[in-house]
Design a protein around this ligand. Structure first.
Ligand SMILES: C[S@@+](CC[C@H](N)C(=O)[O-])C[C@H]1O[C@@H](n2cnc3c(N)ncnc32)[C@H](O)[C@@H]1O
Length: 367
């Protein structure tokens, strides 16, 4: 055991668990094992999503487990029959030691426990050496690219593949060539770059899945701070794959990207109500706000969104209308409308841009 490594530890709380994690000032890839408190919301959403699906007895894989925080939270916070077995893996030896320590800290017996398997392998080899999983969580530092092939191959029929990407500078267009190389699509910086970046990521995952006859349909996705996250359900069948591929297109000078739905509206609704009832999540305002907005925007099937600042600039309107009032106007005109979690001034709606501009102008004249 590395005494020096374990001497620099802190104990933190997250969700319902406690955790030993290395003390750090700044999170970086070079640190090896790390705990990032900013990603607690990412883990909250994983727990909520799995609790909101009606599937039980899941074979779960956490191939890039670091401190084990995600798996331990699943063991403690998923409802009783959710987990058949959870596989916790990391290629870093120190990480595996820490995972065991953290399981003990949370009074979870891992030795001889048929529900838990811990391994110390390369994530892709770990996945390929298995017979498949109902839930795989790819949560790396940077791009998920190197793990996508094995994850797509080992996701079971009707299983859920969760993917995080933290290389948003490539996906959102700061480094277009990096995006072309890594995601086979052209990004574009601008108002809707987080949505287009997320859609570019989704298409890349779908293309890898398509090779293996797997139709990966997003059921929940979002972009936040420095990362993007998507959960995709695997449906098998060549015709479903063909349907997915038909929904890849260019948009707003970027792409190709996934142009279909980003959410399953019923699931988004369940996650929101489950968060408001559960004592672990109830007081988490950031999570509640995100889920509430996504619940509303999931009801609207639109590619991209309108930005009030942009429209006002184009129309040379100096006093920008309040978002809530603009949403009300759009609804009155017969179109669905909601906020979008992608941008504060954004409005998700199927209303054409010209019609929205006219509506805003008319409203100003009537003032
Ligand atoms: C961003 S951290 C994971 C965070 C974790 N999922 C969580 O929720 O806290 C990335 C982890 O992946 C591990 N890792 C990186 N490349 C790997 C590989 N090829 N195989 C297995 N583990 C790997 C690192 O050791 C590190 O612990």
């Amino acid at each position: 055991m590395n005494i020096q490594f374990f001497a620099l530890m802190q104990t933190v709380s997250e969700g319902s668990i406690r955790l030993k994690a290395p003390k750090t000032d700044k999170i970086s890839k070079e640190m090896g094992v790390f705990y990032n408190p900013v990603m607690s919301l990412n883990r909250d959403i994983s727990v909520l999503l799995l609790n909101s699906t009606n599937k039980n007895k899941l074979q779960i894989a956490d191939p890039l487990a670091a401190t084990g925080v995600r798996s331990i939270r699943m063991l403690k916070e998923l409802s009783k029959n959710k987990i058949q077995k959870i596989y916790i893996n990391d290629f870093d030896k120190k990480s595996v030691e820490l995972i065991k320590q953290n399981l003990r800290l949370n009074k979870i017996q891992h030795k001889g426990n048929p529900k838990i398997s811990i391994s110390n392998k390369d994530a892709s080899l770990f996945l390929l050496g298995s017979s498949g999983f109902d839930y795989i969580d790819i949560d790396p530092f940077g791009t998920p690219n190197q793990f996508l092939d094995a994850a797509c191959r080992r996701i079971a029929r009707d299983g859920i593949l969760a993917v995080t990407a933290t290389d948003t500078s490539a996906l959102c267009g700061t480094f277009p060539n990096a995006c072309l190389r890594k995601y086979w699509a052209l990004p574009k910086k601008g108002t809707i770059m987080h949505e287009t970046g997320l859609r570019i990521l989704i298409r890349k995952i779908q293309l890898i899945g398509a090779q293996y006859g797997k139709a990966l349909t997003p059921i929940f996705s979002y972009s936040k701070e420095h990362y993007m996250r998507v959960f995709l359900r695997n449906e098998k069948g060549k015709s479903r794959v063909d349907e997915i591929l038909k929904l890849h297109q260019m948009f707003n000078g970027a792409g190709p990207m996934w142009a279909g739905r980003l959410w399953d509206a019923e699931l988004a609704g369940k996650m929101h109500s489950s968060a408001s009832k559960n004592k672990i999540f109830k007081n988490n305002r950031e999570l509640a706000k995100l889920l509430k907005i996504i619940k509303e925007e999931s009801k609207i099937n639109s590619l991209g969104f309108h930005d009030l600042h942009n429209i006002s600039e184009k129309l040379k309107i100096s006093s920008i209308q309040k978002k809530e009032s603009a949403i009300g106007q759009i609804r009155k005109s017969g179109h669905k409308a909601s906020e979008t979690h992608f941008k504060g001034e954004g409005i998700r709606s199927g209303i054409p841009a010209e019609k929205l501009a006219k509506l805003l102008q008319k409203q100003l004249k009537n003032k």
